[in-house]
Design a binder for this molecule. Structure first.
Ligand SMILES: [Zn+2]
Ligand SMILES: [Zn+2]
Ligand SMILES: [Zn+2]
Length: 254
């Protein structure tokens, strides 16, 4: 299987509009971060999108991707769902409802955000979604997916495990019982907003380094990164061995 990071930025993206810091002014493509999202390609070629934020359209175009079989939503914040309307070209071409796998609460929020997609009589050109509630391990197109429930301040958010790969975004805590699902991993992705100054809803660098020690994945990749994490080339040198900042376009085989 393969995971490609389509976006590795926090909710405002990097660069931040109007910011003159060295990260936001950097010419290095690795310092330009779309809102966090990832595309999984299975051995059989099925494509699962994790989250569909405001950069979805440009993420698909820039990566020459045109097909998604299902969307896995971590939670309802706009930087993770607001691109769903831009799935219309895929929905029309595939001529079926796009399945959205998510928490029941997230499904309700999606219905409120996109009521026209769920109307009995739809406007021509409206998107069509099929909400699929997930609570535990499930099988999607011959791939086992294990949801991992983490806390994002007060709200439960889903992360996902595929084989030896774990993907967690927008977490500020991982409950002890859920940590069991994240052991023995080759790769773990964790959200990491900035280097210091605690945040009520997101891990910062000391948190993820502690989890790296505790959960012992072979490699740890950071995502949902803000401009406060510093320049990619500089911060990479400060990180311990086998801990890396992800970047938009990075692909991992597992
Ligand atoms: Zn987010
Ligand atoms: Zn900045
Ligand atoms: Zn969030």
């Amino acid at each position: 299987m393969k995971l490609k990071f389509l976006g590795t930025g926090t909710s405002q993206g990097v660069p931040v509009i109007g910011c003159k810091c060295k990260v936001c002014k950097s010419e290095n493509p690795k310092d330009r971060r779309f809102r966090s999202s990832a595309l999984i390609t299975t051995e059989e070629g099925a494509k699962f999108l994790i989250d569909c934020g405001p950069d979805f359209r440009m993420q698909m175009l820039q990566n020459h991707e045109e097909h998604v079989d299902a969307v896995l939503l971590t939670h309802e914040h706009n930087d993770h769902v607001i691109g769903l309307d831009d799935m219309r070209p895929l929905i029309f071409r595939q001529n079926k409802e796009m399945p959205l796998f998510c928490h029941k609460r997230v499904g309700r929020e999606v219905m409120e955000r996109f009521p026209y997609a769920f109307a009995d009589e739809k406007y021509p050109g409206a998107p069509r979604f099929e909400l699929v509630e997930i609570t535990e391990k499930f099988n999607l197109m011959n791939t086992e997916i294990i949801p991992v429930e983490v806390m994002h301040n007060q709200i439960p958010v889903l992360g996902f495990r595929f084989n030896n790969f774990g993907y967690i975004t927008d977490a500020s805590a991982i409950p002890e019982n859920e940590k069991e699902k994240l052991r023995g991993l080759e790769y773990l992705v964790l959200n990491c907003l900035r280097k210091d100054r605690p945040h009520p809803a997101h891990f910062i660098l000391p948190d993820v380094l502690q989890l790296f020690e505790e959960l012992k994945p072979k490699k740890l990749y950071l995502t949902h990164i803000s401009h406060e994490m510093g320049l990619h080339v500089e911060t990479e040198k400060e990180l311990p061995e086998n801990v890396h900042m992800a970047w938009d376009g990075l692909e991992i085989d597992f």
